[in-house]
Write a protein of this length. Structure first.
Length: 181
C-alpha cells in the first residue's frame, strides 16, 4: 500500500474555527478516534485522548499522549502511554523535518515534495512510507488528513497521530508568529 491507496485515512478537524479542541475521525466511517486539547501556557501544549473521552481539565482517562513544544528551539517533546517519551529533533537548523526513534528505529517527518508544499510524510529508517499528513490550504475547520500507508499496531498508530499532531501544531504556531499574530 502507499499514499495513493492508503490502508486508513484519518481527518483532523476543529469543531469551529477558533476551537482549542481537535477531533480526529476515520474518513470512511466518521468514527471519532481521537480528541486533542490544545493549551498555551501549561506544561503540555497538547493532550491527546482516545475516542470521544471527556478531555476535561485534569482528566487522565484514555490519554494517548502529550506534546510539549519548545519556545526557543524546534525540538518537540512527545510522549505516548505505550512508547513513553519521544524527542523529535531537527537534523539541521534549515531542515523542516523532525526525527524520532520508534520501535528502536529512526523515523522522520519531512516535507512531501517541493519547498512550498504544506504536506508532510513520515518515513521509517528503511525509507519506506509510513504515513502522510496533508494540510488543506484554505480551510478553517479541516486542519489535515492522515493517510496511513500500511497496517500499524494500535500503539504505533497512536505514536503516528501524536507526532503528526505535534508537527501540525508547530507549523501553525510558526505561521501565526510569521504573520505577526
Amino acid at each position: 500500500m502507499d499514499a495513493a491507496n492508503p490502508w486508513q485515512t484519518l481527518d483532523v478537524h476543529a469543531p469551529h474555527c477558533c476551537s482549542r479542541r481537535l477531533q480526529i475521525t476515520d474518513a470512511s466511517t466518521k468514527t471519532l478516534l481521537y480528541t486533542c486539547v490544545r493549551k498555551t501556557f501549561s506544561r503540555n501544549d497538547m493532550t491527546i485522548h482516545r475516542g470521544g473521552s471527556s478531555g476535561k481539565e485534569g482528566s487522565q482517562d484514555d490519554v494517548v499522549g502529550h506534546v510539549s513544544l519548545h519556545c526557543w528551539s524546534s525540538t518537540i517533546d512527545a510522549e505516548t502511554t505505550a512508547e513513553g517519551p519521544v524527542q523529535m529533533k531537527t537534523p539541521s537548523f534549515w531542515s523542516g523535518s523532525h526525527r524520532f526513534v520508534c520501535e528502536g528505529a529512526a523515523w522522520t517527518w519531512e516535507r512531501d515534495g517541493s519547498l512550498w508544499s504544506c504536506d508532510l510524510r513520515l518515513m521509517d529508517e528503511k525509507g519506506l512510507l509510513v504515513a502522510t499528513l496533508e494540510r488543506p490550504t484554505w480551510s478553517y475547520s479541516k486542519l489535515g488528513r492522515f493517510k496511513i500507508a500500511r497496517k500499524l499496531s494500535g500503539e504505533t498508530l497512536d505514536l503516528v497521530v501524536v507526532t503528526g499532531l505535534a508537527k501540525l501544531e508547530a507549523k501553525q504556531r510558526h505561521e501565526m508568529a510569521s504573520a505577526g499574530g
